[in-house]
Write a protein that binds this ligand. Structure first.
Ligand code: BEZ
Length: 210
């Protein structure tokens, strides 16, 4: 069954390039970006995993652990890891799950038969510290993902968890934000200071800090 926003991220045990893990135990109450790629030794996937390794410092700053998966066996993941480092400029620094029997890929509905074969498409699950699925993305095999966008959505989730605000179209960290519809303009002015009311339902304020 498809995993929807707000669902508990299913737990599982798996073999990874960092050894055997139980997902929830590995996650350890932190944020996680769990993403699938179609196959090892393929060009788009190599660039995506290289980019994730290069962005590790940015994920660390946000308290996010990354973990990838494909249906390839662990020996292939291990053999391919060097290429990821060569291409992305940073050694592989996060685990890749080997899922040759497709147990985890099917649990997370990462295999879409309409996409041609029995390997995973490019799924992304952003999972919060309480193991709740907070954001999903699904890209076809031919289109590489934008990992800066994944960082941006983590920033937006963490910000909107911390204050009664929403992020508008094309929001980037530091941009102004929208007061949540559940808050009156009067209460928003008390909480945030300056609030610009463009429409009764569209109120802007500066990004809250701290
Ligand atoms: C790739 O990573 O380049 C790729 C993998 C599977 C299908 C299409 C492209």
């Amino acid at each position: 069954m498809a995993i929807r926003l707000g669902d508990q991220a299913p737990d599982f045990s798996a073999e990874t390039t960092d050894g055997a893990i139980d997902f929830h135990e590995w996650k350890d109450g932190k944020w996680a970006v769990f993403f699938s790629h179609p196959a090892d030794y393929t060009p788009v996937c190599t660039t995506e995993l290289g980019r994730t390794a290069a962005l590790q410092g940015e994920f660390d700053k946000r308290g996010v652990q990354c973990i990838a998966i494909s249906v390839d066996p662990i020996e292939d993941h291990r053999g391919w890891a060097g290429d990821i480092g060569d291409v992305g400029g940073t050694d592989l620094n996060f685990p890749i799950i080997a899922d040759p029997d497709k147990t985890v890929s099917e649990l997370y509905d990462m295999i879409h038969p309409g996409e041609g074969d029995t390997s995973t498409v490019r799924s992304v699950f952003i999972i919060d510290p309480a193991n709740k699925v907070r954001l999903t993305l699904t890209y076809p095999k031919s289109v590489g993902r934008n990992f800066s966008e994944i960082l941006r959505t983590v920033d937006a989730l963490q910000l909107t968890d911390s204050a009664p605000v929403s992020t508008p179209v094309d929001w980037e960290p530091g941009d102004r934000v929208i007061v949540a519809p559940t808050m009156s303009t009067e209460d928003a002015r008390e909480k945030f200071g300056e609030v610009e009311e463009v429409k009764p339902y569209l109120r802007w304020t500066a990004q809250p800090t701290g």
